[in-house]
Design a protein around this ligand. Sequence first.
Ligand code: PLP
Length: 398
Amino acid sequence: MEKELIYLDNNATTRVDPEVRDAMLPFFCERYGNPSSIYHFGGEVAADVEEARRRVADLLGCSFRDRDGIASEIIFTSCGSEGDNAALNAAVCARPGRMRVVTSVVEHPGILTYCKELERRGYEIVYVPVDGRGRLDMDFLKNSVDENTAVVSIMWANNETGTIFPVADAARIAHEKGALFHTDAVQAAGKVKIALDELPEIDFLTISGHKLHAPKGVGALFVRRGIRFRPLIFGGHQERARRGGTENVASIVGLGKACEIAAGRVGREQLELSRLRDRLEQGVLERIPAVRINGDLENRLPNTASISFEEIEGESILMLLDQQRICASSGSACTTGSLEPSHVLCAMGIPYSAAHGTVRFSLSKYNTAAEIDHVIEVLPEIIERLREISPYWKERGK
Ligand code: PLP
């Protein structure tokens, strides 16, 4: 009989919640109207899209509703990467003449690659470094933001280590110099509380559906009211002319449902996930030598464990875990396939011998203590097997 799958790669993507799927199903063959159509069949669907928008706004703690009762600070997108690109694009357009963009070295490629594009267009990009625990150098950030800065973009939480960044402080620094502030909250949304009403200096915030039990291919971008928003995608008047293209209605409804579920669980889930994560880390530390836990242990996402097993290859660990039907990741999903240590671990100055052997376990509400115990049981043997054939490990023992 095939072993049960143990899925510990929830920062890469999550299983769609069955309640989310059920909420989406009517929008394929029954309520399939175009929200822009003027007949009732379309108008009803438009109302469902607006309900989803309110639910996203509620998860993000943003209570603003416009005259029509619409949570119009939320724009639906196709993914987190689009939200990141659109935010940076809109921000530089809203601050014409300012030619500097400040971000961190550990951002997701959704930001870093767009920054490269901005660089080609003549912008100067300043990358704020992090320390060995993945914490942002706030003095460097403060010294980097000037009157020429259009936007500061700092992620809410890092996808590889789970380290949470002081976005409220970073946003204040940006505003002091008249720059806009964006945060990529793709990994944070649903895992930690977000209260945009209490953070008026955050101008843009990105989320992605598939990281919080909604489907792939849908996301949302929060844009603070009053900011002139230049679209990334030009087309029809959808999303109040801020994103062209007929709405992905079923997925938008799914995202709304996922946000509603997450909003009702966030505190409890934080506690449950951190208990499971700690159980995993504790078990590993007790049973396996030469191991380090990466990230800011005092301030990180409750579901993420980045563990370095020294002197072996993370990819080999993943392959042996896979034989046991256990899914995890080495570095971020986007860099899997490349044997270079991840840019996040490199930026943290993690020695090569440890960075190479790093595995990210990321949990969700679907994981159980029994699954974690099984991982703790099989891992020591896997690590021992690999170290037996590792010349570096042998060298170290001499
Ligand atoms: N930002 C962060 C922090 C992420 O972890 C990811 C996905 O891994 C993204 C952005 C991109 O999201 P999407 O896959 O929806 O484009």
